[in-house]
Design a protein around this ligand. Structure first.
Ligand SMILES: [Mg+2]
Length: 380
């Protein structure tokens, strides 16, 4: 059983390389809006929520200054006042928060059409089809943060990772105004020093059980054999174990809302060493055939061709080229791929672990456009 399971874990770990997800969370949202509206509140321990006169109700949001006293959202106001006697209380201007939130979500939409709003101050963006690597994702995140600030004078914290849960965890390690990029192979090292409660869903109760079993940090859990984890912490514990070991625990994520397909890709992993480029090309050719057939079925043409290549040491490269006109043939893809592959011609094909091809920048062809495209192709 153990062996079979390990094999499953391994294939899931591989899957986690396929998506690039950005998570954005506005910093102390309600409190920050109040401070923006009334700058004299800046630097003060501030809470939004509850009734300032009766000191009843719960804290909805608190400023970072209030957090230093142990105040947190969801806490009864009476308790917050005990912790911080000079706490400043504001009732909250909820209609304004909604307006600001809608505006910011509108800005985010420009960065990816695959977006999931998770609350009035947080959202996930799927950047898989938007950027070609994590460095490009980082640049895009910097632009996004600047845009949000320019528009609403509010800061946000951003995490970028191969799935939603990791993107959220990453964003929370650098607040306020942070930007953390977590690449697939860095996951277990990144999580190791974090308290086990950094994992969403690990609350007070689970923490107690973990601590009783010697697990304080994510790294403590990662080191345990998975059979023992299952025995002691059950199914959920095993899922957490996979997460802290860098496996993808969100099998279908990445494409988290249904949408018009913006790219078609296929990639193949070689479990044996291949000895020559001819075999690599057999694999590439078959991928090219599959994706172009799919594009034709969907009546879509494409402009961008991307080659992905991963070596045995997991170094992964993606190289893209955009054609001047929309294309629809295998031959065109093959030509681009062969040019992109040249960069790696001095490497040994033995060391190639995976090759893949993606077509993107796609356009739906209706019959009129089809005629036009054919016309232009002929006159080229
Ligand atoms: Mg927030």
């Amino acid at each position: 059983m153990a062996l079979a399971n390990q094999a499953t874990y391994f294939s899931e770990k591989e899957q986690s390389f396929d998506s690039i997800i950005l998570y954005m969370d506005l910093d102390a949202f309600f409190a920050s809006v109040e401070i923006r509206e009334n700058p004299s509140l800046a630097g003060k321990p501030l809470i939004v929520g509850g009734n300032p006169k009766t000191k009843r109700g719960v804290v909805s949001t608190c400023s970072y200054e209030a957090r230093k006293f142990g105040v947190h959202s969801g806490m009864p106001v009476s308790q917050a006042v005990k912790l911080c006697p000079h706490l400043v209380m504001v009732r909250g201007t909820y209609s304004l928060y909604t307006k600001v939130s809608n505006n910011i979500m509108g800005i985010l939409k420009h960065y990816s059409d695959v977006m999931k709003v998770a609350g009035n101050d947080e959202a996930h963006l799927d950047l898989t089809d938007v950027v070609s690597d994590y460095e490009e994702a980082r640049k895009l995140a910097m632009e996004l943060k600047d845009d949000v600030y320019a528009s609403e004078k509010l800061t946000c914290s951003v995490g970028i990772a191969p799935n939603k849960i990791l993107a959220k965890i990453a964003s929370e390690t650098d607040k306020p105004d942070g930007l953390v990029v977590l690449k697939p192979l860095e996951i277990s090292d990144f999580l190791a020093p974090l308290d086990i409660t950094a994992i969403p869903g690990v609350g007070k109760k689970s923490k107690e059980i973990f601590i009783r079993n010697g697990v304080n940090t994510c790294g403590d859990l990662a080191k345990l054999p998975h059979q023992l984890v299952y025995q002691k912490f059950g199914k959920y514990g095993l899922k957490t174990w996979k997460l802290v070991n860098g496996y993808n625990t969100e099998k279908t994520e990445g494409k988290f809302v249904s949408r018009e397909r913006k790219s078609i890709s296929e990639e193949r992993t070689f479990f044996h060493s291949y000895s020559n480029w001819k075999d690599i090309w057999v694999s590439l050719d078959s991928s090219i055939q599959t994706i172009v057939t799919k594009a034709k079925e969907k009546k879509m043409n494409f402009r961008t061709v991307t080659l992905k290549i991963r070596f045995q040491n997991f170094d992964t490269y993606t190289r893209s080229y955009s054609l001047q006109c929309y294309a629809n043939s295998e031959k065109q893809v093959r030509e681009v791929v062969s040019i992109l592959l040249e960069e790696f011609s001095d490497k040994s094909p033995d060391n190639i672990r995976l090759v893949g091809v993606k077509i993107s920048n796609m356009i739906k062809i209706d019959d009129n456009q089809k005629t036009l495209t054919q016309f232009f192709n002929k006159t080229d």
